[in-house]
Ligand binder design. Structure first.
Ligand code: ZN
Length: 181
């Protein structure tokens, strides 16, 4: 019975995102959080999130849209998109999370090598997406940011930090996660 009450993770491909990559993400997240992961068939980028002046999408508005698609309160929903995201106090955000609504969004825009004038390299993008998604889901499960630079839950804003950290939780985060998951 308890297992039925466990909160599910739902992955949402948003806009014209690489579905193979999102699919791979969904299947790899399950073992990390020890629960079932569903993948929705896709959602359009909400038009109301587009800011013409900034030529970016407002992450908070996207989360509000995702929240309305939730089947129940226990679900943790994470969307993946290609578009450049922002919040008013930042130039851009790679991802954004709202604990209260249990929603998150990760963009591939700044994770792609092309953004840095480098050749496209799928083998780099996927691990970045995977780590960023785990990091954001950890927030949704109320794990505080980790100070261990090797931990997947490390607060990493620079791409180098994301590339350098591992794909696993450190012992401290693992223990905390077992407590909440
Ligand atoms: Zn940690």
């Amino acid at each position: 019975m308890a297992s039925l009450l466990r909160s599910k993770v739902v992955v949402v491909p948003m806009g014209e995102v690489d579905f193979m990559m999102v699919n791979k993400l969904a299947s790899n997240l399950g073992p990390v959080f020890n629960r079932s992961v569903d993948i929705l068939k896709g959602m359009k980028m909400p038009e109301e999130s587009f800011n013409v002046v900034r030529n970016q999408y407002y992450a908070q508005v996207i989360l509000a849209k995702i929240e309305r698609a939730k089947a129940n309160n226990r679900e943790k929903v994470i969307a993946v998109c290609e578009e450049d995201l922002y919040v008013p106090e930042e130039n851009y955000v790679i991802s954004y999370v709202d604990r209260l609504s249990g929603t998150a969004v990760v963009s591939l825009y700044h994770l792609r090598q092309e953004f840095y004038g480098l050749p496209e390299d799928e083998s780099k993008i996927y691990p970045r997406l995977f780590k960023e998604a785990i990091h954001r889901l950890a927030h949704l499960y109320e794990l505080p940011e980790c100070r261990n630079s090797k931990c997947v839950n490390y607060f990493s804003q620079m791409m180098l930090d994301i590339d350098n950290k591992g794909e696993k939780f450190c012992d401290i985060c693992s223990r905390k996660l077992t407590g909440v998951v």
